[in-house]
Design a protein around this ligand. Structure first.
Ligand SMILES: C[S@@+](CC[C@H](N)C(=O)[O-])C[C@H]1O[C@@H](n2cnc3c(N)ncnc32)[C@H](O)[C@@H]1O
Length: 268
């Protein structure tokens, strides 16, 4: 099955609302907040006045960027009209932030005009990251920086013991909702491949044990399994109940590995 993040509008209104909420919840997680705060600090050079986020979704990270750089003009570009609508409504009143519908490989932005670019959990959802990174390089000014953050979905897990039934949902999420589960291992090569100098690369562990941060993984996978006739509603309810039981008992092992790569566009 194709990763629905490749064409979010085709996935439908329920998907858009569910993942807009899920991405807001993920961004409020202290580990994710620390990851984003760290890479935004690394983008903070003198005179950062123009920042672009590629694949902004419903704007969870864009709002964070706009708050961190209040004097900069921040634009979130996103191919899904549904997500852009959500993003605009969730950012109402944030004066230095706007959203536009655009594919990451064709931004309506002048060459050499941007101080910083952010790409957050997008490249794991595209078949070819190269045109997006080339476009980021084009719009960046010489000396401008890019932060690419993504998950190594190949290492994501719910497993607390061998053949843990809950872990089958983590495997299903990766096969049905991710395009490249191994993107993190390729990041440095991709950035240098388009001509960016990689200044920093860091791995981050994210463990969600006491909060329902990964509930969307459980809900969407079991929903699809029921729709496909693979399982019945009883097993769906039992798996969700088991997830919630572990969250309440603080025994859920919801593990994800994230990476951040910071690149700089070379001076002429
Ligand atoms: C998991 S979401 C992340 C959204 C947002 N960056 C966040 O972290 O809240 C992945 C996003 O990548 C976007 N996307 C998929 N293909 C894209 C492309 N070719 N160019 C730009 N964005 C793309 C999707 O529409 C979706 O909004």
């Amino acid at each position: 099955m194709a990763d629905p993040f490749q064409d979010v509008d085709a996935a439908g209104a329920d998907f858009i609302t569910m993942f807009a909420d899920a991405m807001d919840m993920r961004q409020s997680d202290p580990t994710m907040e620390a990851i984003v705060a760290d890479y935004l600090d690394r983008l903070d050079q003198t005179d950062v006045t123009r920042i672009v986020e590629i694949g902004a979704g419903a704007g969870a990270v864009s709002r964070r960027i706009a708050a961190r750089f209040p004097v900069a003009r921040v634009t979130g570009f996103e191919p899904s009209e549904g997500f852009v609508k959500e993003a605009r409504s969730r950012a109402a009143g944030v004066d230095n932030l706007s959203f536009e519908v655009a594919d990451g490989a064709a931004l309506p932005v002048a060459e050499d005009s941007v101080d910083a670019v952010v790409i957050h959990t997008v490249l794991s959802h595209v078949t070819d990251p190269f045109p997006i990174l080339k476009e980021a390089l084009r719009v960046l000014r010489p000396g401008g920086r890019i932060a690419v953050c993504d998950a190594d979905f190949s290492k994501g897990s719910f497993a607390s013991f061998p053949n843990d039934p809950l872990d089958s949902l983590a495997r299903t999420f990766v096969s049905d909702f991710v395009t490249d589960a191994y993107i993190v291992g390729k990041l440095r090569g991709l950035l240098t491949g388009v001509g960016l100098a990689v200044d920093h690369f860091q791995l981050w562990n994210r463990l969600t044990d006491g909060a329902p941060m990964m509930l969307p993984w459980v809900e969407v996978t079991t929903k699809q399994m029921v729709e496909r006739g693979q399982i019945g509603a009883g097993l769906r309810d039992a798996l969700i109940e088991e997830h919630n039981r572990r969250v309440a008992a603080k025994t859920l092992y919801g593990f994800q590995l994230f990476a951040t790569a910071i690149g700089t566009k070379p001076q002429m």
